[in-house]
Design a protein around this ligand. Structure first.
Ligand code: HEM
Length: 224
């Protein structure tokens, strides 16, 4: 877990590839979806080759986004299980916003806010996938009654709205917590970052590193 430069590995290379592919697919899916949603946003169709191309590509881009998301989410399932310390963290959300982290229970790899985002994104993606199939005229819509297709369109737009708003929040928090975005590029964080923001995870990682040390296999535990 600890790197030769004294940093701690947080995101293995596969997770980083999946995350940034997900971001790319999300960006083009949203651009083409917005272009189809309202004439005022039609200019966004230029990003995906104009009106007809946007309409054609949007469902396939959405499927690419699903593919990267579900793979990424599956790899993060265990780290997002809710525990007692998460409930306490949520109760003390005002301390989070005022940077009084010393008052909060120690956090594991992801904090309760990140875990909530994880489940909101998961629900949105499942909703978008199911409604997206029902409203995909070219292949599937004929199999559904018109009432279902109409409700499908409404729910599809609603799920997309919640997803986009949540991702904006996710980006804002990623920018707010210094060193976080860097970790999604480099894969590592400093011991100080881990100790400050995710102390329970830090203790676990350092504990594991010391155990391997004690058994004589490695000798590269970073100084605190
Ligand atoms: C420019 C856009 C984005 C930036 C800068 C960004 C940044 C990050 C960073 C820094 C992390 C790691 C946080 C940590 O180590 O504590 C992360 C994790 C994550 N990101 Fe993003 N992200 C972006 C877009 C997205 C999008 C579009 C999605 C999904 C639709 C997404 C879903 C996730 C998920 C599920 C995690 C793992 C959190 C968990 O498992 O609780 N991100 N992101």
């Amino acid at each position: 877990m600890s790197e030769p430069n004294g940093e701690i590995r947080r995101h293995p290379v596969l997770d980083r590839i999946l995350h940034w592919m997900l971001v790319l697919a999300f960006f083009f899916t949203v651009a083409s979806g917005f272009a189809l949603f309202h004439p005022a946003l039609f200019f966004l169709a230029n990003l995906t080759g104009g009106g007809p191309w946007s309409a054609l590509l949007h469902p396939f881009l959405g499927l690419a986004m699903m593919f990267f998301f579900f793979w990424f989410a599956l790899r993060h399932w265990r780290d997002n299980q809710i525990g007692k310390r998460d409930i306490q963290w949520l109760k003390q959300f005002s301390d989070v916003m005022t940077h009084k982290e010393e008052r909060l229970p120690e956090q594991d790899k992801y904090n309760a806010g990140q875990k909530m985002l994880y489940y909101i994104l998961l629900l949105c993606m499942i909703g978008l996938l199911l409604t997206g199939i029902a409203v995909w005229r070219r292949y599937f819509s004929d199999y559904f009654p018109v009432g279902i297709v109409r409700w499908g369109l409404l729910l599809h737009a609603f799920a997309a709205f919640v997803l986009v708003a949540s991702v904006f929040g996710h980006i804002a928090f990623a920018v707010w917590v210094k060193g976080s975005i860097r970790s999604m590029f480099r894969g590592t964080v400093t011991p100080g970052w881990a100790y400050k923001h995710h102390r329970a995870w830090f203790r676990k990682v350092i504990g594991e590193a010391q155990q391997t040390n004690a058994s004589g296999f490695r000798n590269d535990v970073p100084a605190k």
